[in-house]
Design a protein. Structure first.
Length: 356
């Protein structure tokens, strides 16, 4: 059976997948929200002729394995209660990670029977601790390598993971995406391989800043663990609660509002049944985060910043790009930066000898 080569970049906010096939890379992003399929969505009664019903929301994917059904991806909170796990053990053998992995693999493979060679990235903070990194790798390998039978929206899939490598820091995969082609060959030349390259990965929970030199991580700037995009969302939650008499919104909803501000859209919420414009609040939270990230980089790097080739990546790269490009005018904003790590992983997976 033909081998499928893929990359898997799990995240707090979204899971990213990429596959290499015939020299082309296909990608898929899946919200990392998971819940048990315990109840059906209640659409309620409609007032025909008076109020036009809202367009139905996109339903989540229905993933079934080991006799249990999970809802995965978009709009899970409108169908069931999401399972919120932020601890690092979610990478080992949590049913939530299995459900999201199966859903993403299905989207790439379209069901059926497949053999998979997989490169999977992990957070930098995990891999810095060699003991913890080894423990996690063994735990992941224990459930992921082997045969998996599951269904997604009723379509049966049998997936056998034959090869796996996990000790890959998430931002480093962006460097491989930048430097490799779709066959896993380095195409930027030896000078680029040796040159100091700064990777600024703005994620949902953390800001990771790595320096790669001579093909190795030579430095990691610490202190960015609270400078992810969730910081802007959390600040918006607090502002709304303070300004509108205790009104509370969930973190995911606040993050969606921040995304609307990033995309230049009007940002609105309901307050006492009235649609209320909170665009200025959302933009203010975003600008506050931009300033904090910029100050952190300036303090950490100082005058050394001009020595590096700079790559901007991660889900928050587009939001941070205007400010960061003023600090690093020659920086490269990765194409579809939320997927750069997954693409790099897929290129590594197909690289001859990498998974052996």
């Amino acid at each position: 059976m033909e081998m499928t080569y893929a990359g898997f970049d799990p995240g707090h906010n979204a899971n990213k997948f990429a596959r290499v096939q015939a020299g082309q890379i296909s990608t898929y992003v899946l919200p990392s929200t998971v819940g048990l399929a315990s109840r059906s969505k209640k659409d309620g009664l409609t007032l025909g002729g008076v109020v036009r019903p809202r367009r139905a929301v996109q339903p989540p994917l229905r993933v079934v394995f080991e006799g249990i059904e999970y809802l995965v991806g978009p709009n899970v909170d409108q169908f069931t209660k999401p399972i919120d796990r932020l601890d690092l053990n979610r990478f080992t053998d949590s049913p939530e990670l299995r459900a999201t992995f199966y859903a993403g693999a299905y989207q790439l493979l379209n069901g059926g029977v497949h053999h998979l060679a997989l490169a999977m990235a992990l957070p930098v903070t995990v891999l810095e601790d060699k003991v913890e990194a080894t423990r996690l790798e063994r735990a992941i390998r224990s459930w992921l390598v082997g045969e998996h039978g599951f269904s997604v929206d009723g379509v049966e899939t049998v997936l056998t993971v034959t090869q796996l490598r996990t000790k890959i820091p998430q931002p480093v995969a962006t460097w491989f995406d930048w430097g490799m082609d779709a066959t896993g060959q380095w195409v930027k030349g030896k000078a680029a391989q040796r040159a100091p390259t700064l990777i600024i990965d703005e994620g949902f929970n953390t800001l990771d800043v790595l320096v790669i030199e001579n093909g190795q991580i030579s430095d990691r700037l610490s202190g960015g663990d609270t400078l992810g995009m969730s910081r802007a969302a959390e600040e918006l939650m607090e502002l709304i609660k303070h300004r509108y008499a205790g009104l509370t919104i969930e973190l995911q909803r606040a993050n969606d509002l921040i995304k609307q501000a990033v995309n230049g859209q009007k940002v609105e919420i309901y307050v006492h049944g009235e649609l209320t414009d909170v665009t200025r609040l959302a933009k203010g939270c975003l600008q506050s985060l931009e300033a904090d990230v910029d100050n952190y980089l300036l303090r950490s790097m100082g005058k050394l910043k001009d020595a590096y080739k700079v790559l901007l990546t991660g889900g928050g790269a587009l939001a941070m790009a205007p400010r960061l490009l003023r600090r690093f005018p020659a920086a490269t904003v990765m194409y579809e930066p939320v997927l750069a790590n997954a693409r790099g992983l897929a290129k590594l997976a197909i690289r001859p000898g990498f998974l052996n």
